[in-house]
Write a protein that binds this ligand. Sequence first.
Ligand code: ZN
Length: 374
Amino acid sequence: MKQMMKTFAALGMLLLLAGMGSAASCEYSYDAPEEWGTVCNAPLCNQTMGAQSPIDLMPTATVATAAAIHPIYGSASGLEVENKGHTIQVSYNASTMFRIESTALGATRKVLQLHFHTPSEHTVNGMHYPLEMHVVHADASNNLAVLGIFFETSSMTSPLLQSVVANADDLAAKGDKAMASLDLTEVSKAGLSYWSYPGSLTTPPCSEGVSWMVLQSPLKASQAQIDAIEAIIGKSNRPTQPLAGRSVSSYRAPAAAAMSSNSMAAAMAADSDDDDSSATAGAALSGVNLALLVIMMTGLTVAVVVFGIRLQYITRLLLSLGAEVETAKPAAAKKSKGKGKKKGTLFWSDSTDTDEATDARTGLSYDESDEESS
Ligand SMILES: [Zn+2]
């Protein structure tokens, strides 16, 4: 019974979030958001001094430090995807274990659904991204927390978006449904630095009390993917709302923390032209490992070659002096160190080489960890 009540509560919230609770009598338009309060009988949508969303995020104006967030996401199949009219929504059932945790949120909040807006609803210094995804979470008392994730246009395709875009033909009209598999761990590629502020639903009834968390680094998606979603949902961003005395706090994730979240492999596979993201940390780290391996292998090869050349040289020298080859060999190995150093260039000693490789490794790994923690 309790489970049933919870399911009903979750369903109710889904309807509310999608603006479907009043959809029959409320055909709101993004061309006239100033009419939402009247059209939908939702006075909160009209208030300018409340705690409404979205807002313009200005990194220099953040005044407080937020606590870290821990999205515990994974891959799921058999998810219902629906064209809701103004958005495409992917719904999670009540038994999902995917959730977000933070001391700032108190109780764990489970993933209810995710959906999209084109262009982004939140702006950064007044600039829109072409797409924003909202992952909606709720605790047992239906306190909402929404994680906003920007997408920027890139040469890379987003696996997460692709799982939705692949169903585009089946989602052309409002009410159309499809099934999809979706891996939410891709979210961690953006790193977990975020802004947070108290806000509202961005669709009627514009209910307040929503904990907003917006990731500071965007994910990447191809133009074709963004176009495919925009072609279905159209312009679907509510204009930014006045801050009205609210403060925005910011959390800067250490690179190491971002790396340990969900998918290191995915982060390492990501390209590295994104300064802030954990993907960069992953790529840089694997780059350093590769560089070390190359340095060590090169060092070893040079050592073997040089040692070989030196033996030949000494042997020839000793032969020319009339010494016995058999007795000269061990002596040559000992002598070579001194001779090698005097001759320079070609005649590095093995031990010097090994030391250099070690130094290089130590130096590089210290440099890297310094960079990461700054
Ligand atoms: Zn939304």
